[in-house]
Design a binder for this molecule. Structure first.
Ligand code: ATP
Ligand code: MG
Length: 180
């Protein structure tokens, strides 16, 4: 007789996943804004995290997917028009000066979904950002840039897998947002 098998878990997060053109514009921006010593995010990894369930089992994943099925979200355009540096996580980010109400609403609903599935709620306010680089030392923050206009018409559930070269992300499911 032996023990019950440990439950298989996955490290999950809800995200906005850019298409090829926006991804390429973000990658060009990162090449221009990030100095050599910082660790630039690989183009394939660029995204905005909306909500972070973290390590969960299949039951919680089902619960999260069902909650996302019920959610009501509208499409919007996100204008990435500034870059900044946060000294504590030591990241360089790109983000919008103005976060559209549709994005606030989406994040609120996803945070409620996580809570409904038994995940401890996030207390920090949402700050929409794409991490362009890590291990970045101090530099000017809130610098205006020529806007990257990102038409957002879906969101996704992604899995993060830590590889020997760093994190690799895999989109598991995508949900469409309703048109304007
Ligand atoms: P690594 O942790 O290996 O340096 P990473 O942070 O990119 O890489 P994950 O930690 O798996 O990879 O995170 C996946 C996404 O979720 C990233 O966008 C990350 O910023 C975000 N994230 C990670 N931890 C949290 C957290 N505790 N709260 C909110 N978002 C988080
Ligand atoms: Mg991390």
């Amino acid at each position: 007789m032996c023990c019950a098998q440990a439950e298989t878990t996955q490290r999950l997060f809800f995200a906005l996943w850019p298409g090829a053109a926006v991804r390429s514009a973000m990658d060009h921006l990162a090449h221009r804004q990030v100095r050599k010593l910082a660790k630039r995010t690989p183009a394939a990894n660029l995204h905005i995290t909306l909500a972070f369930p973290g390590q969960v089992g299949a039951g919680v994943r089902d619960c999260l997917e069902q909650a996302a099925d019920r959610l009501s979200g509208r499409s919007f355009t996100l204008q990435l028009d500034q870059v900044g540096h946060w000294p504590r996580p030591r990241i360089i980010w790109a983000g919008p000066t103005h976060t559209p109400p549709e994005l606030w609403s989406l994040v609120e609903q996803l945070r409620a979904a996580l809570e409904g599935c038994g995940i401890t709620p996030e207390t920090r306010p949402f700050q929409a950002h794409v991490t362009l680089a890590r291990k970045a030392s101090r530099r000017a923050t809130g610098k205006k840039i020529e806007s990257i206009d990102w038409p957002v018409d879906d969101f996704c559930l992604a899995e993060s897998i830590t590889d020997s070269v760093g994190p690799v992300y895999r989109v598991l499911r995508t949900w469409a947002l309703e048109g304007q």
